[in-house]
Design a protein around this ligand. Structure first.
Ligand SMILES: Nc1ncnc2c1ncn2[C@@H]1O[C@H](COP(=O)(O)OP(=O)(O)OP(=O)(O)O)[C@@H](O)[C@H]1O
Ligand SMILES: [Mg+2]
Length: 241
């Protein structure tokens, strides 16, 4: 079947009546209770809300890392929520870069190898040299040209997160999702990571969704969506942008 990628979709991310419930023993916990929004290509959206409000659950559903109980997520015009796992994995690899609070680098690979890994798993051109060039460029642009052959354990938290940023952007995904990417960093390193995310976001035209507790970081977003108890309680454009 031809892919729906010829005309750009009006929304890069569309979330419709999204619900997620989990059964624990005999009780069912409703984590997301009906979420609707659309995010346009190139938007930078901050998702905020108290601990336990459902932010990470929502981000996992946007990434297709988890299935909703009902409702749907579409990425770039493709409904992902009920795709078969192999199709989903393929689409996820090409469409989404993910940045985690805890970096999630592979300890047995160097910085360069970590950045290159999604390329090796997903790129169909077989052009390893082009991947290497891009990985080196990205590591240089996050200030790690002298650390490419270091293993994660030899890097500081801020440096590991910069490697993770480079990895998230290697395949030029149209969407980057970040779950508290500065949550384990001090203020200066957190600001540095945000600046890098913003410059990669504008340089590459990426749609960026950032979960954060930090109002100072959220202030840089062009839109803020606030969750409470599994529902959107506000969705506002900001002065930024
Ligand atoms: N596997 C699970 N089983 C049962 N409940 C879960 C599970 N995962 C998450 N929850 C519950 O769902 C709710 C939302 O969790 P989620 O991790 O999405 O919150 P969050 O907004 O990301 O919080 P935080 O800011 O602390 O990261 C919480 O009440 C959590 O306890
Ligand atoms: Mg969370």
């Amino acid at each position: 079947m031809p892919e729906a990628t010829t005309a750009p979709a009006a929304s890069m991310i569309a979330v419709e009546a999204l619900r997620k419930s989990l059964r624990t023993g005999s009780t069912t916990v409703d984590i997301l209770k009906g979420i609707d929004f659309t995010i346009a290509p190139g938007e930078f959206v901050a998702i905020m809300g108290a601990s336990g409000s459902g932010k990470s659950t929502l981000l996992g559903l946007l990434a297709g890392l988890d299935n909703p109980t009902s409702g749907n997520v579409s990425l770039n015009g493709v409904a992902i929520s009920y795709l078969a796992e192999d199709k989903l994995a393929q689409l996820r690899g090409r469409t989404i870069g993910f940045v985690f609070q805890s970096y999630q680098l592979i300890p047995t690979l160097t910085a360069l190898e970590n950045v290159l890994l999604p390329y090796e798993l997903n790129d169909e051109s077989g052009d390893r040299k082009a991947g290497l060039t891009r990985a080196r460029d990205l590591l240089t642009s996050v200030g790690l040209s002298a650390r490419m052959d270091h293993y994660p354990v030899q890097l500081s938290g801020g440096e590991q997160q910069r490697v993770a940023l480079a990895r998230a952007f290697i395949l030029r995904p149209p969407i980057v999702l970040a779950d508290e990417p500065t949550g384990n960093l001090d203020t200066a390193n957190g600001q540095h990571i945000l600046d890098l995310l913003l410059s990669l976001n504008s340089r590459e035209g990426t749609t960026l969704v950032l979960v954060t507790h930090d109002p100072a970081l959220a202030a840089h977003a062009s839109r803020r969506i606030v969750l409470r108890d599994g529902l959107v309680i506000s969705d506002e454009r900001t002065q930024a942008s």
